[in-house]
Design a protein around this ligand. Structure first.
Ligand code: HEM
Length: 255
């Protein structure tokens, strides 16, 4: 999805995917030295391909986000090449994975809660609420993007020094009884307006509305196309600092 949005040519998708994966993985604290070297090896090729593409779109703009970023003007100013590169890195790191994870989480939780699944099948307008609840109840995002206090602060009795890196923990916020009474219950009718699924404040997720449309459409297709689908085992997760990544989900789709 991100590659199409940016207008990356299909023949280059595999190479850009390796580049995008490297950007994401190199961001993780605690990554091993071997992994750093393996991932960093994809960077020069990825950057060269990106620069090639930026030159092309500079000369002949298309109807894609890259062209728009290159040619956007505000008070006569345009973005520098480094600013566009850094926006691409931000989009490739934030947008490449979470949509797929949310589809998995929503589907698995509906399959685990047959009453909710029956309601959603009978009334597709409940799908957005069901997706929000699945994420709150069984979220895949562990942490928000880091924040750095501008001065020393004390929060809930903990002193945080100026410039220290701070992460919010979504799993904890999503099960906070003050925001979500009976937080341990999966309830597609609950009020999820306090959900932090897409962050909050000035840095709220840029892809929020696009992601919601994609995920909700996909869930509607899956529940209507496969009415007899059921879980035939437990999902398998990989270890990852930022995401609870579901890498496989055994299902029987039935007829
Ligand atoms: C289900 C899918 C997605 C989820 C759950 C999600 C969630 C998030 C979260 C939690 C943040 C951090 C907010 C914070 O730290 O306060 C974030 C930031 C961001 N997301 Fe998403 N995201 C999704 C998809 C996307 C997509 C598809 C795009 C782009 C097309 C995107 C672009 C961004 C960007 C650019 C930021 C950084 C915003 C900033 O720092 O100002 N995201 N997202």
């Amino acid at each position: 999805m991100t590659m199409n949005l940016l207008g990356m040519p299909r023949r280059r998708h595999t190479e850009f995917r390796l580049f995008g994966g490297a950007i994401v993985d190199l961001f993780y604290p605690g990554i091993s030295q071997v992994a750093v070297e393996e991932k960093a090896a994809h960077m020069p090729r990825g950057l060269a391909l990106l620069d090639e593409l930026l030159d092309e779109r500079q000369a002949a703009p298309g109807d894609d986000l890259l062209s728009r970023m290159l040619h956007a003007q505000h008070n006569g100013e345009t973005l520098t090449r480094d600013e566009v590169r850094s926006m691409v890195a931000l989009l490739m790191s934030t947008a490449s994975e979470p949509v797929g994870h949310l589809i998995n989480v929503a589907m698995v939780n509906l399959l685990r809660h047959p009453e909710a699944m029956a309601e959603v099948r009978a009334d597709a307008s409940l799908i957005p609420a069901a997706v929000d609840e699945a994420y709150r109840y069984d979220g895949f995002g562990k942490l928000n993007l880091p924040r750095f206090p501008l001065e020393d602060v004390e929060l809930s009795g903990v002193r945080i020094g100026k410039g220290q890196q701070v992460f919010g923990v979504f799993a904890s916020a999503s099960r906070d009884e003050r925001a979500f009474p009976d937080a341990a219950v999966f309830d597609i009718h609950r009020d999820n307006r306090k959900s932090l699924l897409f962050g909050d404040g000035p840095h709220v997720c840029l892809g929020r509305w696009l992601s919601k449309v994609v995920v909700e459409t996909m869930i509607e297709k899956l529940v209507t196309r496969f009415p007899a689908m059921r879980l035939s085992g437990e999902p398998v997760y990989t270890q990852n600092t930022f995401f609870r990544k579901m890498v496989s989900v055994p299902v029987e789709v039935g007829r």
